[in-house]
Design a protein around this ligand. Structure first.
Ligand code: 2HA
Ligand code: ZN
Length: 275
């Protein structure tokens, strides 16, 4: 069996191959756009790789003591989602945060010598905040989802208003993300600053929009996290389609949203509905 076929058999590598392929096919992650990190259990990794064989170690600019000893599979910096399923060992890596939280150890992958995503600060800082909220949290996905990005050019960037518009674009939205969407100001990508701003929003919600850039989603599984972004992207697409017309003739009302929340037993984040 070739090494690619062996990698196909590893469930978490397979999940990364499938989700990156799907996101590329959706047209959301052009070139090296987008990145994913996924927390793995040591017991699961040990079935497939030697966790004592550290290929290399390097320091982090931002200490992450809260993640010390944790394992992740992470897309490589500069790598294309298009190519992950063709060559996972070159485009993905498995890393472990050092015991002091000041560095990472590469255990597998990045075969041509690359490193984890340039957005590692945003990923790690967001993982820390989401784990505080939910010990089952595992996945952060960043994507250049097309219509979300487009919407940030034409919709006001107030996060309450942004959330409400999306809730009203598809009936399922409020049920899928009752905790709403955080929106940060435009910040240079790949910096600790964008990481900090994103993670601050992740304290209260699982979706953060980066204006004129894309979106981050957080979840307990790959499917859930992908599904969150997919739902927002669909709603943003409806918004962009509807927005080509002068006015919405049949809007969803705040009362509709309230009834929906009651029917599905979700609690809309406070301060958005006026009923
Ligand atoms: O991985 O998407 O935000 C490239 C990017 C940076
Ligand atoms: Zn990006």
């Amino acid at each position: 069996m070739s090494s690619i076929m062996i990698q196909n058999e590893i469930p978490f590598v397979r999940e990364m191959m499938e989700v990156t392929r799907n996101m590329w096919v959706m047209g959301w992650d052009e070139r090296n756009g987008g990145n994913i990190s996924y927390i793995l259990d040591e017991a699961e990794i040990k079935k497939y790789i030697d966790i004592n064989n550290v290929k290399c170690t390097y320091p982090l600019q931002f200490p992450v003591g809260e993640l010390a000893g944790k394992y992740f599979i992470v897309t490589g910096t500069g790598k294309y989602f298009k190519n992950v399923s063709l060559n996972p060992e070159e485009n993905l890596g498995i890393i472990r945060v050092t015991k002091d939280g000041n560095g990472i150890e590469i255990l597998w992958g990045y075969a041509d010598g690359c490193r984890p995503t340039s957005e590692l600060a945003a990923h790690f800082m967001s993982h820390i905040e989401r784990l505080k909220r939910d010990p089952q949290h595992r996945v952060i996905i960043h994507s250049h989802a097309t219509n979300v990005l487009a919407m940030t050019f034409v919709h006001e960037l107030d996060e309450k208003s942004f959330t409400k518009t999306l809730w009203k674009m598809c009936t399922e939205c409020l049920v899928v993300f009752p905790d709403g969407i955080g929106v940060i100001p435009w910040i240079v990508p790949g910096t600790n600053e964008i990481g900090r701003a994103t993670a601050d929003k992740m304290k209260d919600c699982r979706l953060v929009v980066w204006p004129q850039h894309g979106i981050l989603g957080a979840g307990t599984t790959m499917d859930e996290t992908f599904g969150l972004i997919e739902t927002v992207e669909k709603a943003a697409k409806i918004f962009m389609l509807v927005n080509q017309h002068k006015e919405i003739v049949q809007p969803m009302t705040d009362q509709n949203l309230l009834e929906l929340a009651e029917a599905f037993g979700v609690t809309p984040v406070k301060g958005i509905l006026n009923v």
